[in-house]
Design a protein. Structure first.
Lengths: 331, 502
């Protein structure tokens, strides 16, 4: 009986355990892996991806998905960059644009991407288009809009106060930096934890994922709840795009390419069930960390980036297969 | 050599908590139509599923053609010449008639080293089969282009194509018009004259008396008897179907029905096959039972009142005000609750905790500052429910899917009670629940009525309907055929009303 329990525990957490072993191995064999520099680096890479994963998690918990995430990250990033270029930059996107308040630009960005999220929500809720197809369509549309808007040129020359959001920290102790990105990610994690556990919206979301028909019969406004979920997701993609562009000092239409798949995979690894109704913020964080730690570990081992894709793909398939196994084993 | 093509002897079958079949026997003569009758839940379909290999019987023997057989699955049954035309057909709508008939055993021919489907032969054979069932259709036609009755004929043709000696038809006329029924009878007569035996399950008395040679009646999973149809009348069949004594299985009713609170007038479904022109009244503190056979549209009617389904005409008046209900949440706001028939499909949130399952319909009551859920308040309510209704569960965090059916049902009743509704609609509240839990649910229902709540209870179990209701409204084919007072309601009267248009 106990052996069975241990076996179950191992198979339910196989990916995380394997990764933990990989991290230990790399940490003790490669110099510099267990260092504050590497910690800061992983933290800043994880933060925006965590925010995207939080956004898409609501769609997944309600048995939907959102393939437009990556392209909306791109649109948000490009939009932010065009509005936050240095005054003395030669190749300015809007030549006579005055110096805008950063907060104002942030609000514009999340409003725009939130609006696209709203479109996703309306199409899914009212036109009953399957989320996979609805968001696939919007993904393509958003890419097109971004191409038209940016003219397919990369946008750079960002203001220092903007890039400082990504590079700056609240305070440093020796090599440890409490990066703004890390703080933002923690705050958003807490906000989502509160939303998922302490509000009606969260409970309704789990109810829809658990059994949409029962939710409707129980008086849950299933349509409005789904519209809120997709809109909020759009807002989060804009947020992430805003941060990512600041981090890389510029943006092009290809910013965020494929991030939706990474986010969906991270959520699944973190226990957001593909059969709906299940998923925790802690799990989502874990899922994102798994990916980032794996990437960094492989880098430290000197594995070519091409192989990293193969490893990532394998992790996704194995994780979902294990997830499904939990449910099929019971029947 | 025996007189029978098929003998089923002492068949038993249990499901968790229920004995569905108890020593049932059925003997079928070759080339006859044998009707199988009984109330809902009498075990007819279960018996047929045991024969057809969908269920494995727990005990008993089956002899086919004088030889003892053990049918393990449907493939096995078909191979031996036993075919079934199901109550719920499952055709592949987007494929052709021929493919539907030959799916899974396509005729093949050699194409070099590989085998490919022999379409010429398949279409030719399909055409011949269709002639057998009086259909002149192109075998290449898609199933979706056919009417329901023609789809059924295709199913029968499929049965013929395996050279079936016994064809089971489970409620074959439930979705057919009168003319289509005539067509079906022609086919049945032709099959019979070719030596095929037909087991015919139906609730429709006149049909049975017209088409069948013999009738076997079942009741509560037991065998009542077999008679030649010529010796039976509608009254005799009803008497033998319901002939059981009502024992004291229900708590005493102390509710006193008061003034009329809900009035439903001329309610007509948007679907032409569903309920029509239904009117009734519900009193304060009353238990109104809704009786009828499967397919009488009782569930559809109640779901329409609750806003799950749509109507084209009619009104619901609640305390002298006409309600506009478009979605369930509109009904809930007005103090109406609906315990749905299919607990798994529209009741429970399987993966969620008991707390979440109870709280989902009344979350607005446990808020701090207008938006923060106070889980302690919710848990207090859940714990009160667990105590009051003696729900057996390790904790409030347990996933509801790990509870028994009866406990799940109590959790969902708790969900609705948390809203303090004035009207509770209960659709088959004790379906799939063991006897002990049934009594507890009956007690909850009578207590609620005593508190002045109005209750509508759909039930397909005659004793429950008569034992619990102040009045019984009976429906047949989407229409109300009568409303009986509990003092005058008897099983025979209810059954007669439930089969009025059949």
């Amino acid at each position: 009986m106990d052996a069975k329990k241990i076996k179950n525990y191992l198979s339910n957490n196989a990916i995380v355990i394997l990764l933990f072993l990989l991290v230990l191995f790399v940490g003790f064999t490669q110099k510099g892996f267990f260092s504050w520099n590497n910690f800061n680096n992983i933290a800043s890479n994880t933060a925006p991806r965590f925010i995207i994963a939080l956004g898409v998690s609501g769609c997944l918990i309600t048995k939907g998905t959102d393939l437009s995430a990556g392209r909306l990250v791109g649109l948000g990033g490009v939009l932010a960059c065009t509005l936050l270029q240095r005054a003395d930059y030669t190749d300015k996107f809007f030549e006579n644009l005055p110096q805008l308040n950063i907060l104002l630009v942030f609000v514009i960005v999340i409003l725009v991407t939130g609006l696209f999220g709203l479109v996703n929500g309306l199409v899914v809720s009212y036109l009953k288009v399957p989320p996979f197809l609805a968001t696939l369509g919007l993904q393509t549309i958003v890419y097109g809009i971004n191409l038209v808007y940016s003219g397919a040129d990369p946008v750079g020359g960002l203001r220092k106060d903007y890039t400082a959001i990504a590079s700056g920290s609240w305070f440093d102790i020796g090599d440890f930096k409490l990066k703004w990105l890390l703080i933002i990610a923690i705050v958003m994690g807490l906000v989502f934890w509160f939303l998922y556990n302490k509000t009606r919206h969260g409970k309704y979301m789990y109810a829809i994922g658990g059994n949409e028909n029962a939710a409707e019969v129980s008086g849950v406004n299933t349509t409005a709840t789904k519209v809120r979920i997709y809109t909020l997701a759009g807002v989060m993609y804009g947020f992430a795009g805003f941060l990512l562009a600041a981090k890389s000092g510029g943006a092009s239409v290809n910013l965020g390419l494929g991030y939706e798949l990474e986010a969906i995979a991270a959520c699944t690894i973190g226990g957001v069930s593909t059969t709906g109704g299940i998923g925790k913020v802690q799990g989502i964080l874990l899922g994102v960390l798994v990916f980032e730690l794996m990437k960094t570990s492989l880098q430290y081992l000197g594995v070519d980036t091409s192989y990293q894709f193969i490893a990532q793909g394998l992790v996704i398939i194995v994780a979902v297969a294990l997830d499904i196994r939990k449910y099929t084993a019971k029947k | 050599m025996s007189d029978y093509i098929l003998e089923m002897k002492n068949i038993s079958k249990s499901f968790p908590g229920v004995k569905a079949l108890d020593n049932v026997s059925l003997n079928i003569r070759p080339g006859t139509v044998h009707a199988l009758m009984g109330e809902n839940g009498a075990g007819k379909s279960t018996l047929m599923k045991c024969l057809f290999g969908i269920y494995n019987k727990d005990g008993g023997e089956v002899y086919f053609n004088g030889e003892k057989v053990d049918i393990k699955n449907t493939h096995d049954a078909l191979g031996r010449g036993i075919a079934m035309v199901q109550q719920e057909q499952q055709p592949i709508l987007d494929r052709s008639i021929a493919e539907n008939i030959f799916c899974g055993r396509f005729p093949t021919k050699n194409f070099g080293p590989i085998k490919i489907i022999d379409h010429t032969r398949m279409y030719a054979e399909t055409e011949a089969l269709l002639k057998e069932v009086n259909m002149n259709f192109n075998p290449k036609m898609k199933l979706s282009e056919l009417s329901v009755s023609n789809m059924q004929s295709v199913e029968i043709a499929k049965a013929v194509s395996v050279n079936a000696k016994v064809v089971i038809m489970d409620e074959p006329t439930s979705s057919l018009t009168e003319n289509e029924v005539e067509g079906l009878f022609d086919i049945i007569n032709r099959l019979r004259s070719n030596g095929v035996s037909i087991i015919y399950i139906s609730h429709k008395m006149e049909e049975i008396l017209k088409i069948s040679d013999e009738v076997t009646i079942m009741r509560d999973g037991t065998y009542v008897g077999t008679w030649p149809s010529s010796e039976l009348t509608t009254d005799l069949i009803i008497k033998r179907m319901v002939g059981r004594e009502l024992t004291n299985r229900f708590p005493p009713r102390e509710n006193i029905p008061g003034e009329v609170v809900l009035k439903v007038e001329n309610f007509t479904s948007i679907s032409p096959k569903s309920f029509k022109d239904v009117s009734f009244e519900l009193k304060k503190g009353e238990i109104l039972g809704i009786g009828g056979l499967v397919g009488a549209q009782r569930t559809e009617l109640m779901e329409a009142i609750f806003g799950v389904r749509h109507t084209i005409s009619g009104t619901v008046t609640y305390k002298n005000e006409i309600l506009k209900i478009k979605r369930p949440r509109d009904a809930i706001k007005r103090g109406i609750a609906l315990l749905t028939e299919d607990r798994r499909a529209t009741g429970i949130f399987g993966v969620l905790s008991i707390s979440d399952n109870v709280g989902v319909a009344s979350l607005s009551k446990y808020l701090d500052f207008g938006f923060v859920l106070n889980n302690r308040k919710l848990d207090a309510l859940v714990n009160e429910n667990i105590r009051k209704m003696s729900i057996k569960t390790p904790s409030t965090k347990t996933q509801i899917q790990s509870l028994s059916g009866g406990n799940q049902q109590k959790v969902i009743i708790g969900r609705w009670l948390a809203n303090d509704p004035d009207i509770l609609i209960l659709d088959e509240p004790t379906r799939g629940i063991d006897v002990g839990a049934k009594y507890e649910i009956y007690t909850i229902i009578t207590d609620l009525a005593k508190q002045g709540k109005s209750i509508i209870m759909i039930s397909s179990e005659m004793p429950e309907l008569l034992g619990m209701s102040d009045r019984v409204m009976v429906m047949c084919e989407g229409k109300v055929t009568g409303i009986l007072d509990s003092t005058e309601a008897t099983q025979e009267k209810v059954m007669a009303l439930a089969t009025k248009y059949m």
